[in-house]
Design a protein around this ligand. Structure first.
Ligand code: PGA
Length: 248
């Protein structure tokens, strides 16, 4: 089955209002008719980015959400708030959230359900640490994260799964292409066990040091349906190259 590729950018805790110009340049210079494009700025910029990108093919997303729709959770942002601000999707379970905020699989699953409740696509992240890979535990870890972080109710429309080896994020190094293929093929099999035929439509993104120079070869790997890009999504010139590879 052919799945439309997705180039998703995660700005992390980067970007002031002036950075919206990069998003506008990206939308103008890389119309990307053959793939989907998503930019996830910090929460402070979601509304302004969604407004700036209105009428373009580039969608806006959040980087995290609380599981509840509203309530006494100082500093948190709900999926409903992101949707209200113009977001179409939200990343949940990024390894930086898992590590910095102690989010476990159950918390990530609750956030994914919150995303669906608000009408957002959940971009659910999984990935092993370097120590886990060295110990030969990669597939066990990914299998457990898929089992625990993707709730029942996932569909090809409401869910994207991102494989992001923790040791490749922001590191300038990536797994070999066969290593990426091994994990992505495994993830597809695990999803088929969970979701039956619907699993075939779920997009599986690779993330971790995707750059314009390696995007094309990574996106050509078995069961890789695009990328989740951190550092190289901040500048339209870099992300544009990755979008071009996704749309090729
Ligand atoms: P990176 O980050 O592209 O800067 O390695 C990827 C991510 O954490 O989503």
């Amino acid at each position: 089955m052919t799945r439309r590729k997705l180039a998703a950018g995660n700005w992390k805790m980067n970007g002031l209002k002036a950075a919206l110009a990069e998003a506008k340049t990206l939308a103008a210079e890389h119309p990307a008719p053959n793939c989907d494009v998503l930019l996830c700025p910090p929460a402070t910029l979601v509304a302004a980015m969604a407004a700036a990108l209105e009428g373009t093919a580039v969608k806006t997303g959040g980087q995290d959400c609380h599981a509840a729709a509203s309530g006494a959770h100082t500093g948190d942002v709900s999926a409903e708030m992101l949707a209200d601000a113009g977001a179409a999707a939200v990343i949940v379970g990024h390894s930086e959230r898992r590590a910095d905020h102690g989010e476990d699989d159950a918390a990530v699953a609750a956030k994914a359900m919150a995303a669906w409740r608000a009408g957002l696509v959940a971009v659910i992240c999984v990935g092993e640490t370097e120590a886990q890979r060295d110990a030969g535990e990669t597939l066990t870890v990914i299998g457990d994260q898929i089992a625990g972080s993707i709730p029942p109710g996932a569909t090809a429309e409401n869910t994207v799964v991102a494989y992001e080896p923790v040791w490749a994020i922001g590191a300038g190094r990536t797994p070999t292409l066969p290593q990426i293929a091994e994990v992505h093929d495994f993830m597809r099999d695990e999803l088929v066990k969970k979701m039956a035929e619907a699993a075939e439509g779920v997009r599986l993104l690779y993330g971790g040091s995707v750059k314009p120079g390696n995007a094309a070869e990574i996106f050509a790997v078995s069961n890789v349906d695009g990328g989740l890009v951190g550092g190289a999504s901040l500048k339209a010139a870099d992300f544009g190259g990755i979008v071009a590879a996704a749309g090729a």
